[in-house]
Write a new protein. Sequence first.
Length: 289
Amino acid sequence: MKNRKSTSAPLKILKSAWLALKCFLHENGIDKSSILAYYSIFSSFFLLIFFSYLFTGFMGTPDNALQNIYPFSPEFFQQIAPVFFKHASELTDRIGHLGLFGLGVFLFMGIMVFKKIVRFVNDMFFINTKRSFFIKRIKEFGLLIIVVILIVASFFLTGLISTITTVFKEYEPTKSHIDSALIQATNGFLIKYLLPFLITLLFFYILFKWIPEKKVAAGAAFTASMFSALLWETVKRAYTYYLVHVSLLRKMEDPIVAIILFGFWMELTMGIMLYGAKMTYLLDKEKNA
């Protein structure tokens, strides 16, 4: 009996994933993803400058901050979008002259995408948001703060992993007993694969558990988050590989190209996010039933 239950669990998840895809497409999920992508392009530029200005003190130069915030790899940054980020870095240097009012405007313009995310995630749960203006703003700013915390956590954890790796490579007792290639491979796996996956998983879990204006089962939110995080990381790496190694666009160093590519990526991201919300809804409904 235990064997049957354990083998049926993955099948149930796959069945829910397939049903969620059908519901997502039927309920105009692609159109909603496109709308969110539009707001993301508009808001992300302001948030990009705002975050890079705040994080420059922690990460060094604005270039380092921008590369950590941008969702693609440093390879993409160097080959596809160097001009775009050069101008963004220059603007980051000047934003300090705008004062608190200027920073407030950048933050206000950037937070518009979070307002739409809250609304469309609730749409996936068939919830008509009726809460007060104050509660809605808490959700939106809370989501922004969560993103900031996750970015900072990712940065510090990356630094911690690199420091520990350096210690293992240079500390005499471990240096002679552990192969340096193994240490380097472990470091690469933790920083390049495991840490981004865990950060993405945590973000999706918070999004699917906290944003819907109803009580959502923790198990349903976690299962959908795990599936969505795996999907997102896989699509991200496939998309980046295609752009850097296959697409002809890799030879076009143009800010407009970078914006178009970023816009398409945000549409994929928002689609995966709303799809995950729909999967959470179905799993939660099944659990309650």
